[in-house]
Write a protein that binds this ligand. Structure first.
Ligand code: AMP
Length: 214
């Protein structure tokens, strides 16, 4: 199964992706996670991406496309994959189609998580990540033991790009550059729209139902 998750920042792509890869035994390819890891490691790629990420802007297509194409050629992707946070522009989607076509494959399932902007701002401004175990919390909807401490004892931090001004930029980028992908995949007949509001477990049921599994 080749699967793509699309949605505005904070739509719950990461959470749903984790459940999907577990159930479908797929490798999860998250460009956001890959870029954050490169930034943390201080690689040239990470340094190049840093400014864009902090501003809530997209990293140039050529950079991300190269990163994903390389990852898709690894053996664990031969039986399928889940892409989370990629593609985010029409040129990225076209590059992905071309890369898959080279291997006689095509995008089969695209799940779009739909969440209104107002709910996104509320969700993201309360998102906290544990520096030790990576667990993601939400101060209002999925509260940690304390606003600064994870259940594992690690310290919680807010992503730099989860500050309100940057969230607004990211939403603008989503509506301007990423949402045209919905029509792109709708035309190909592979898009499934899922309401992303409500508890993560409820959204999970809708996502799995949209894919025809439990
Ligand atoms: P995410 O964790 O998916 O919200 O990604 C965090 C940031 O990484 C985004 O705001 C972008 O700056 C960058 N990024 C992640 N995926 C992509 C992509 N497919 N194309 C361009 N930039 C990306």
């Amino acid at each position: 199964m080749d699967l793509i998750l699309i949605g505005p920042p904070g739509a719950g792509k990461g959470t749903q992706a984790r459940w999907l890869v577990e159930a479908q035994h797929l490798p999860q390819i998250s460009t956001g996670d890959m870029l954050r890891a490169a930034r943390k490691a201080g690689t040239p790629l990470g340094q190049q991406a840093d400014g864009y990420m902090n501003a809530g802007q997209l990293v140039p297509d050529a950079v991300v496309v190269g990163l994903v194409a390389e990852r898709l050629r690894e053996p664990d992707c031969a039986g399928g994959f889940l892409l989370d946070g990629f593609p985010r522009t029409i040129p990225q989607a076209e590059a992905l189609d071309a890369e898959l076509a080279r291997h006689g494959r095509k995008v089969e399932h695209v799940v779009a998580l739909e969440v209104p902007d107002q709910a996104i701002v509320r969700r993201l401004s309360g998102r906290r990540t544990c520096g030790a175990c990576g667990r993601i919390w939400q101060l209002e909807f999925d509260p940690p033991p304390s606003p600064v401490t994870c259940a594992c004892g690690g310290a919680l931090a807010q992503r730099d790009d989860d500050k309100e001004a940057t969230i607004r930029n990211r939403l603008e980028v989503y509506h301007g550059q990423t949402s045209p992908l919905l029509e792109y995949y709708e035309r190909k007949g592979v898009l499934r729209r899922v309401a992303g509001e409500g508890k993560p477990e409820e959204v999970r049921r809708r996502v799995f139902a949209a894919l025809g599994s439990k």
